[in-house]
Design a protein around this ligand. Structure first.
Ligand code: G6P
Length: 364
């Protein structure tokens, strides 16, 4: 696929810049203010069936797997159904127990990733119910699934996913709200989430205005050989995705850890040459996250925080607007897309086509 870059130097930059409009599109026509819920026309799941779900298992690869991890947290949090995400290929090869009361959800930008498609086919063969959270309309996974939610991110050309990741997480928020309102999520909470969703496009535009600041930070960190990304609970998949983005386009080694796991090993790596990027939302875990920053500072580690207010222990803080706690992960990843982008640009990388990678992997 190729289409106009619209004045941007790379598709990645174009796609990062389009995110406010993209989020607007995934929300459009789906919000029901009367009942504080959302309508998802293609779900193919009635209220009685939705009440019978006992577990949710989300399957995807790469960035879509990370979006699915955040999605699992949203579903478990809002609908109170145990939910987790797993790489589709791992699931397929471990001969999983396929349970009729589990709702399976396949996540894919392209809708053509072989590992995901094969997992869906195997699940269907065993009589499971499978939904798709897919971007490309009419793609193989969308056709194979029993129903689903289209992500409506629009065409994504850059090999690494940015706007589709964001929209996929928003699609999961819609699904979580829908399932939650059928089950035990209150009208008041439904309303609170809807208001939060409506704030996202403007808040994304605010974050994109930080680009010059982020570009300067990226120039400082571009010399690092390796970077650590940390987050806790909702922040952990954000850290995973940010580290993947940096690896993919800059070729800087990066790894992500739950902040709480630092003391169980990775703290041994911390020294001035290994910078840490920390996701530090203003939520009930703020003090815990601050304690992790102190641990790192005590070992002379450099820290770049993404937070809702300046972090005293960090060398730099990228301050992003606060939304509802559940929706904060959607916003906190966006500055780190720009961080990966400008780091890779400073290093002269081929951003839209990183070495050894393909936009969609349609073979085993
Ligand atoms: C490839 C791409 C990744 C992408 C993954 C899953 O590995 O390089 O950026 O996240 O496939 O793609 P999908 O289209 O299924 O989301």
């Amino acid at each position: 696929a190729s289409y106009d870059m619209g004045g941007h130097d790379t598709y990645m930059h174009k796609e990062i810049s389009e995110q406010a409009d993209a989020v607007d599109r995934v929300l459009r026509g789906r919000i029901d203010d009367k009942f504080s819920t959302v309508h998802l026309g293609g779900l193919n799941l009635d209220a009685r069936e939705a009440r019978g779900i006992r577990r949710v298992k989300i399957l995807g690869c790469g960035t879509s797997y990370h979006a699915g991890m955040i999605g699992a947290g949203l579903i478990e949090g809002m609908a109170r159904i145990p939910a987790d995400a797993e790489p589709a290929s791992e699931f397929r090869y471990r001969n999983p127990v396929v349970d009729p009361d589990t709702l399976y959800i396949a996540v894919s930008q392209s809708g053509e990733t072989y590992d995901v498609l094969a997992a869906v086919q195997e699940l269907k063969r065993k009589g499971a119910r499978v939904l798709g959270v897919v971007n490309v309309v009419g793609s193989a996974i969308a056709r194979e699934a029993d129903g689903g939610v289209y992500v409506h991110a629009g065409p994504e050309v850059c090999v690494v996913s940015t706007k589709c990741f964001t929209n996929t997480v928003v699609a999961f928020a819609l699904l979580a709200l829908h399932l939650g309102r059928i089950r035990d999520l209150s009208v008041a909470d439904g309303k609170r989430i809807i208001e939060g969703l409506r704030r996202l496009p403007d808040q994304i535009s605010e974050i994109l205005k930080l680009e010059d600041e982020i570009k300067e930070l990226a120039a400082e960190y571009a010399g690092a050989k390796s970077m650590m990304f940390i987050g806790r609970v909702r922040g952990y998949p954000v850290a995973l995705e940010a580290s993947l983005k940096l690896k993919e386009i800059s070729y800087i080694h990066a790894e992500a850890y739950p902040a709480s796991e630092l003391k169980h090993g990775p703290l041994a790596l911390i020294e001035p040459a290994l910078p840490t990027v920390a996701i530090v939302p203003n939520d009930s875990l703020l003090e815990k996250n601050r304690a992790a920053l102190e641990e790192i500072k005590a070992r002379s580690g450099r820290i770049l925080a993404v937070a809702h207010q300046e972090q005293e222990k960090a060398d730099h803080t990228i301050v992003v607007p606060k939304n509802e706690d559940e929706l904060d992960p959607i916003l906190m990843g966006i500055p780190l897309q720009l961080f990966a982008y400008h780091t890779a640009l400073a290093m002269g990388r081929d951003i839209d086509k990183p070495r050894n990678l393909a936009k969609s992997v349609t073979v085993e």
